[in-house]
Design a protein around this ligand. Structure first.
Ligand SMILES: C[S@@+](CC[C@H](N)C(=O)[O-])C[C@H]1O[C@@H](n2cnc3c(N)ncnc32)[C@H](O)[C@@H]1O
Length: 354
């Protein structure tokens, strides 16, 4: 029986930690997240998972290969191994676990770029004073950097690259489930609004050889998309549409997908984007809007979306939404819901124009 089972009062994230702490001290278990991420980030920056792909190595060997301080490196390796992300053998050599292998450069299905983005200083610094956000309702990011998140990316090409590379790995199992469970073949021309470098649209087109696609995103993002479509073998079926989605969206498509994008914005701005989609649909009653985003569960239920929501609040001023909230912004833009997926995960919400 686990500690968590012996203490049924402990729910959510705290129940995942095996520390046998009294309940009044149990929040301490959360501190380890900072220590582990702090130890893991330099290892990923130094490409230690790649160095270990040929087999375990000692801290001294890794320090020599990476030009780092052997004692400091040993201690972050040991911490990372104690957390179960590396293996430390009886000779003191460190080897990969499957989790650490997923942090190697180009690891199939890996999340190195996602990890480097999520642990980047631009994503940490706003967390130093979340009280500002709680007092004002404003994203701390804007106060910290003097501008909104996407404006910051526009002005900082390295950060823009970090973000866009991370989005290429924005493939939760939920994304694959959505791809596998929806037949888009009855929509000959499919737009992906805020589609990044085309990562989701490329998968849709691969699965639906009769469809063509339009990638609508900011000019500096769309400019980097060609490679993604080439790799997927669908370049001949895609048009690139650099745009500001608050201004206009390519008209005349049969389906408009918008994935992991409306949650970046408050209700007013999300409804403005959907209004541009509605204008693009015009008087075609058969066209559909597909929102692919979290659907929050009711009060009191565990839901990872309720945690992601705080990141949206602090960094972007956006939000995750429940069914009523999605319906409200969709109706404001001229859409009616036409499906009813279960809440608690990434879902595909279908809307028809009215
Ligand atoms: C969180 S990413 C999601 C990317 C992609 N849909 C995915 O799921 O991986 C949000 C996208 O919105 C785009 N975006 C932000 N502001 C925009 C604007 N004003 N016009 C067009 N696209 C914008 C960003 O460039 C980014 O690619």
């Amino acid at each position: 029986m686990t500690t968590a089972n012996r203490q049924p009062e402990v729910t959510g994230v705290l129940s995942w930690f095996p520390l046998d702490l009294p309940l009044t001290q149990r929040v301490i278990a959360l501190f380890v997240s900072k220590w582990i991420i702090g130890a893991l980030r330099p290892l990923v920056q130094l490409k230690v998972p790649d160095l270990l792909s040929d087999g375990p190595r000692s801290a001294e060997e890794i320090a020599e290969a990476t030009g780092t301080n052997a004692d400091a490196l040993f201690r972050v390796l040991r911490c990372t191994a104690a957390a179960g992300l590396l293996v430390e053998d009886s000779d003191g050599k460190f080897g990969l676990t499957p989790v650490a292998a997923g942090l190697g450069e180009g690891a199939p299905g890996g999340v190195r770029d996602m990890f480097l983005f999520a642990s980047d200083p631009m994503m940490w610094r706003p967390y130093e004073d979340v009280l500002h956000t709680v007092r004002t309702g404003e994203p701390k990011f804007d106060q910290e950097f003097g501008m909104a998140f996407f404006d910051y990316l526009k002005q900082n090409p390295d950060s823009n690259t970090t973000f866009n590379r991370a989005m290429l790995q924005n493939r939760y199992p939920g994304s694959d489930r959505v791809l596998d469970s929806h037949d888009f073949s009855r929509y000959p021309r499919i737009a992906d609004v805020g589609g990044g470098k085309g990562q989701f649209l490329a998968e849709v087109l691969k699965r639906h050889p009769g469809c063509t696609g339009v990638l609508c995103d900011q000019p500096q993002v769309v400019a980097e998309a060609a490679e993604v479509f080439e790799q997927a073998g669908v370049s001949d079926r895609v048009a690139l549409a650099p745009t500001d989605f608050f201004e206009s969206i390519t008209p005349g498509c049969d389906a408009y997908l918008i994935k992991h994008t409306l949650h970046n914005w408050d209700d007013e701005k999300a409804a403005a984007i959907l209004t541009r989609v509605r204008e693009a649909i015009g008087d075609n009653p058969d066209a559909r809007l597909f929102v692919i985003d979290m659907l929050l569960t009711e009060h009191g239920k565990w839901d990872i979306g309720k945690l992601v929501d705080v990141e949206m609040l602090i960094i972007l001023g956006g939000r995750e939404r429940d069914r009523e909230e999605w319906n409200r912004i969709a109706r404001a833009a001229g859409f009616e819901p036409s499906n009813d997926p279960a809440a608690g995960d990434l879902v595909l919400l279908e809307f028809r124009p009215v």
